[in-house]
Design a protein around this ligand. Structure first.
Ligand SMILES: [Zn+2]
Length: 467
């Protein structure tokens, strides 16, 4: 957690935000809570993917093709953008009463993907004037990722708010079709469709007659009574309508909510929801996060030590302990926890970054070799992960590999959509790297792509990174 970033989808996503920001500026009502950005968190991503994958498979989609993004925004919303990207607001996760409600929404959004709804929309229009906003947003995200949440939050609130809720709008016919498709995926996955109905009833229906305060999910998913009636009929006809929640789904849900509450709400709110008398693991987890956020390290560590004693195999307990130590200037002590978290959740890119960063910070050049190995694995799997590229540049510098550090910085800026900086770093790398190497070719490729896009004047067009 606290590794919010914009990187994964790179320039494409950055531009999506720009396009959305324009809408947000135009539409944001006064007093409306500002969105705060994307969150990367290995545990929550794992949970949402575990909920979604059976649905994606039922829909005939390849899970590897679908990206899931967590948006830190208190409003209740989820939507699909740019084809196969599902965005879920933290507000929706926290508003849900059961995993089945979240799973129902994910099934509905999967219905939009499988139906190709909105796939041809091209609102990612270029807007040169918004360039500086992109940069400040990216810096904010990176500052948070770099363990400076306060600085990051300030940078982000200094940039324009971006509310994606006003972006994607479907017709009633598309909504109904996504509902019915979603129901069939739920059925195939052995899930009840009741969560969809209860989500409508608790989250959407109360707003039916007060449209001025309509929640974003209702705006982006136009609501009609006959749609809910059709859903209800479909649920009643389904064989799995009374399927119980899988214990594992329930447990994941409790940890996901606890973590988000600890990270997003105030300490007082977290302690009200999870009083000291509650000694369950999710409650201790939420409190550990809340204490950590107010720098009450003694209490945070005490809750975490109890959690690790109860479940030594939970990678995210280890991760949080490592994060607490790292951010309190104890990088060397954090190494063992980050290493353990990675042993418990092998090949998890975000945990690999944690360990790589701790090794470099704690051991400098001595730690750089392992750090570089880890980061190269991450960037191979997530080539648009700007934070991983930044860490790789730092580790290359530790080893005195200036040209490779500059190439990594070119990648970082390319991923962030800052083509000017990407170009200048790539130029410097190209001049120093030996010809006929893949690194040299990579620098040339970045230069070519940036040059072409500048020549075409299509800065705002969604494009993929060169490969
Ligand atoms: Zn919808």
């Amino acid at each position: 957690m606290a590794r919010a970033k914009i990187a994964e989808a790179g320039p494409w996503l950055a531009r999506l935000f720009l396009a959305l920001s324009a809408l947000a500026i135009a539409l944001a009502a006064p007093g409306r809570a500002a969105a705060q950005g994307l969150i990367r968190d290995a545990e929550i991503e794992q949970t949402l993917r575990a909920y979604s994958e059976p649905l994606w498979v039922a829909a005939g989609l390849n899970p590897a093709d679908i990206d899931l993004y967590i948006v830190q925004d208190p409003s209740v919303n989820a939507f699909v953008a740019g084809g196969q990207n599902i965005f879920v607001h933290t507000g929706l996760i926290l508003a849900a009463d059961t995993p089945n409600e979240v799973i129902g929404v994910l099934a509905h959004e999967t219905g939009h993907i499988a139906g190709g709804h909105g796939a041809r929309r091209s609102q990612f229009a270029s807007n040169q004037a918004m360039g500086p906003m992109l940069i400040s947003l990216a810096l904010g995200v990176l500052a948070i990722a770099g363990g400076e949440p306060a600085a990051g939050a300030a940078l982000i609130s200094g940039s324009q708010q971006f509310a994606m809720s006003s972006f994607v709008q479907y017709t009633q016919a598309q909504e109904s079709s996504a509902d019915q498709a979603g129901l069939s995926y739920l059925e195939q996955a052995g899930q009840s469709g009741r969560g969809l109905i209860s989500f409508f009833n608790t989250q959407i229906r109360p707003y039916e007659f007060m449209s001025r305060r309509m929640p974003p999910y209702m705006m982006t998913h136009p609501f009609a009574s006959d749609r809910v009636e059709a859903l209800r009929r479909g649920v009643e006809a389904s064989a799995h309508r009374d399927a119980a929640e899988a214990p594992e789904n329930l447990q994941r849900f409790q940890f996901m909510q606890a973590k988000l509450i600890g990270f997003i709400r105030t300490q007082a709110q977290t302690l009200a929801r999870y009083p000291l008398s509650d000694t369950s693991q999710p409650a201790r987890y939420a409190r550990a996060v809340a204490y950590y956020r107010v720098s009450d390290m003694a209490r945070a560590r005490s809750e975490l030590e109890e959690l690790m004693r109860q479940d030594a195999a939970n990678p995210y307990y280890q991760e949080l302990m490592g994060q607490i130590l790292f951010e309190n200037g104890r990088a060397e002590e954090s190494v063992a926890y980050h290493r353990r978290s990675l042993e418990l959740a092998p090949n998890e890119p975000l945990l690999q970054i944690n360990l790589a960063r701790a090794l470099r910070e704690a051991r400098g050049r001595t730690g750089a070799d392992e750090s570089i190995d880890l980061l190269r694995t991450v960037t191979a799997r997530e080539p648009d992960n700007a934070f991983a590229w930044r860490e790789l540049a730092l580790a290359r510098n530790e080893r005195g590999e200036v040209a490779l550090a500059e190439l990594a910085s070119a990648e970082q800026n390319f991923a962030l959509g800052d083509y000017g900086l990407a170009m200048s770093f790539a130029e410097r790398a190209r001049r120093q790297l030996a010809r006929n190497t893949t690194d040299h070719q990579r620098a040339v490729d970045i230069i070519d792509v940036v040059r072409n896009s500048m020549r075409d004047g299509q800065r705002g067009q969604p494009g993929r990174r060169p490969r």
